[in-house]
Design a protein. Structure first.
Length: 153
């Protein structure tokens, strides 16, 4: 494995987080400007469901691929990885609630509340993850493509 690949996982994780932040912002924008769009409700559902799928996909890939490899090379990170996986479970629950609210056609205030809660937890999770595991990721030896390791973003 070449040196460029060895240092890429930390950069790939930051990039994935940036794309997810942008997806959340686009969903928020769709909510905020939905009254100007003829099929605002159906478009908002698409944004919400798309964002939910992207974040769920990212966390599922981390749980299946990235975290086991990181735990194998850095067993001392077990508690941190457990905390990150617990966050994933909590976010999955919040995303399911958002998805349900969007599909039911809940009003903008209710959906905005879901987005606010997800945004707060997501940002806290991303910052913790970047603070705690970026350094070990710089040297992580992990065979796999970015989509299978970090999700289809």
């Amino acid at each position: 494995m070449d040196a460029a690949r060895l240092i890429a996982w930390d950069q790939e994780l930051r990039s994935a987080h940036s794309r997810l932040r942008a997806a959340l912002a686009a969903t928020r924008d769709a909510l905020d400007h939905g009254t100007d769009v003829p099929d605002a409700a159906s478009e908002l559902v698409l944004y919400c469901v798309g964002f939910c799928a992207a974040l769920d996909g990212h966390h599922g890939a981390e749980d299946r691929q990235l975290f086991p490899a990181l735990r194998a090379e850095h067993p001392e990170l077990g508690g941190i990885i457990d905390k990150l996986m617990q966050d994933h479970s909590m976010l999955a629950h919040l995303l399911a609630s958002l998805r349900g609210a969007a599909e039911r056609g809940d009003d903008a205030t209710a959906i905005g509340g879901h987005l606010d809660g997800i945004a707060a937890i997501m940002e806290s999770h991303f910052r913790f993850e970047e603070r705690e595991i970026l350094e070990p990721l710089r040297a992580l030896v992990l065979e796999g493509d970015v989509k299978s390791v970090l999700g289809p973003l």
